[in-house]
Design a protein around this ligand. Structure first.
Ligand SMILES: CC(C)(COP(=O)(O)OP(=O)(O)OC[C@H]1O[C@@H](n2cnc3c(N)ncnc32)[C@H](O)[C@@H]1OP(=O)(O)O)[C@@H](O)C(=O)NCCC(=O)NCCS
Length: 146
């Protein structure tokens, strides 16, 4: 069975930045102490993607989820998200914003939420307040990822 290993990386990691930029994901807000990023490697030790979490008050923003193009379509994205979520402490509500992958996240237990229902600390993140377009879909994890 496929597995990925997550290793913490700094927001300044050049390959993280390159991977996000190549997939049109934000790179303007990586280097802050309240966010953590992970490099995902496969069983052969190859880098297959990255992910990140950002603490916003008592909640968490899942962000910067990317599988490198040559590794897509093999369930690594789903595994990467599950492993990243498993690293988050128990009681936090988990949100994300996406412009193109809502149905990918739906399969993992996220549902679309109206911005009026999103906590102020999450709305205040750079991702939601300035970087992602207002049209981005905001989602919340409602059940353990399947
Ligand atoms: C989204 C992404 C992480 C998916 O990675 P992946 O390894 O190809 O995904 P998986 O193989 O685990 O796919 C899991 C399921 O989601 C579906 N899926 C994959 N990418 C999708 C997308 N962009 N939109 C909708 N559904 C998608 C797959 O078809 C699969 O469905 P199935 O279980 O019914 O077969 C990858 O395409 C990517 O890096 N995209 C660019 C960056 C991005 O959009 N990140 C998300 C915003 S933070």
């Amino acid at each position: 069975m496929t597995s990925v290993t997550l290793t913490p990386v700094q927001g300044t990691d050049a390959r993280l930045k390159d991977a996000l930029a190549a997939s049109d994901l934000p790179i303007e807000d990586l280097d802050y102490s309240d966010r953590s990023f992970f490099r995902a490697t496969n069983d052969d030790g190859d880098i297959v993607g990255y992910s990140g979490i950002e603490v916003c008050g008592g909640d968490v923003l899942l962000r910067s989820v990317v599988v490198l193009p040559e590794h897509r379509g093999h369930e690594l994205g789903a595994i990467l998200v599950r492993e990243t979520l498993a690293s988050i402490n128990g009681n936090s509500a988990i949100y994300l914003a996406t412009t193109s992958a809502a149905s990918f996240f739906e399969k993992l237990g996220f549902v679309t939420v109206d911005r009026t229902k999103v906590p102020a600390d999450v709305l205040a993140t750079q991702q939601l307040s300035s970087i992602c377009p207002a049209s981005a879909t905001v989602m919340k994890l409602t059940r353990p990822p399947s």
